[in-house]
Design a protein around this ligand. Structure first.
Ligand code: ADP
Ligand code: MG
Ligand code: MG
Length: 318
């Protein structure tokens, strides 16, 4: 009788992309540590290439000079951001950065305060994804108006997780585990090669990190949650968080938590932000399943709506 060796999981937690990354992996062909190393290096590379807070990143060059030369990968990421902005009617908008800076959510050290309506109106005049011009032939991304600034914060983490999973699969096709980039989670095969991973959805009304309101089970693909508890400040008893409605310039008020399940973590990431902005009372929610997603939206009063296929993932036995 040949018994298969049980996968041995190793975990590492490290900061990257402005959040805490948690990787939990068991190698099959190579050791878990080799895979963790790949993950760490790839996150660092993505951070240095796209963070608007890294001096010479592509995004910083674009924001400073109004134009930047891109490679195939960056072209894909900018083009994806543009396309999803169009598909969500600008609910997800990568030019939201002037507003993010105004509210102080660009950096943990920035002063967080409620801006004046005048300041918001001024910043709003620079927010529109159609100010981004993508020239494929010349591999050039440009901004069509002075003062426009790009922030890929709501798509880059999901993209990075997809990329890390792809790299791990290339090196070790039978590896299993998960990658959690601050709520953007990618699953690599079943736990111990036979069990679904249990993913708790955090209770947005609780201060406890580990209190969950719902549980889903996945053996593959991705899930992303955008919550009003990630980054926020309180002023005069009102909570102001980091997901901004590009229409009003204020933190979106129509939801407190959105969880999106998709094959692809980048898509889950984008739609968790977009559906957060579109809010609980969204008659078009079911239509978004056309993009290969299922979603759960929780309203500020604790009601929830979900797409028809979401419940399937609450089922433990697959
Ligand atoms: P998290 O960063 O907690 O995963 P999201 O995926 O929803 O949450 O991304 C939020 C980040 O994206 C913000 O920190 C900000 O940089 C940027 N952002 C905020 N509002 C929007 C928006 N409407 N469209 C695109 N990006 C946004
Ligand atoms: Mg997101
Ligand atoms: Mg995210």
């Amino acid at each position: 009788i040949f018994s298969k060796p049980t996968p041995v999981y190793s975990e590492k937690i490290f900061p990257s992309l402005g959040t805490v990354i948690r990787v939990n992996l068991a190698g099959d062909k190579v050791s878990s540590d080799v895979l963790i190393n790949i993950a760490e290096k790839e996150f660092l590379r993505i951070h240095n290439k796209y963070s608007p807070n890294v001096q010479d990143s592509l995004v910083s060059i674009l924001n400073q000079n109004g134009t930047v030369t891109v490679d195939e990968e960056a072209l894909f990421l900018f083009q994806s951001a543009y396309n999803y902005a169009a598909l969500t009617g600008g609910a997800f908008d990568p030019t939201v950065r002037p507003l993010i800076k105004l509210w102080g959510f660009d950096d943990e050290f920035s002063t967080k305060r409620v801006p004046t309506q005048e300041e918001i109106n001024e910043a709003l005049s620079y927010v529109d994804y159609r100010f981004i011009d993508i020239d494929k032939d010349n591999m050039q991304v440009s901004l069509l108006k002075e003062g426009v600034e790009v922030d890929l914060g709501a798509i880059a983490k999901g993209y990075a997780v997809d990329l890390v999973i792809q790299r791990i699969r290339e090196v070790d096709p039978k590896a299993t585990g998960f990658i959690d980039a601050g709520g953007d989670i990618g699953i690599i095969g079943p736990k111990f090669k036979e069990l679904a991973w249990v993913i708790g959805i955090r209770d947005p009304f609780s201060d406890e990190y580990f209190t969950s309101i719902d549980t889903i089970y996945l053996t593959n693909g991705g899930v992303a949650t955008s919550g009003n508890y990630e980054r926020y400040f309180i002023s005069d008893g009102i909570k102001y968080h980091h997901i901004i409605d590009p229409q009003t310039g204020y933190p979106a008020t129509g939801a407190v938590s959105v969880t999106v399940i998709s094959e692809n973590v980048m898509i889950a990431d984008v739609f968790s932000t977009a559906l957060f902005v579109l809010g609980y009372d969204n008659p078009a929610l079911e239509h978004f399943t056309d993009f290969g997603i299922q979603a759960l939206v929780i309203s500020p009063t604790g009601e929830s709506t979900e797409t028809s296929g979401f419940d399937y993932f609450r089922e433990k036995i697959k």
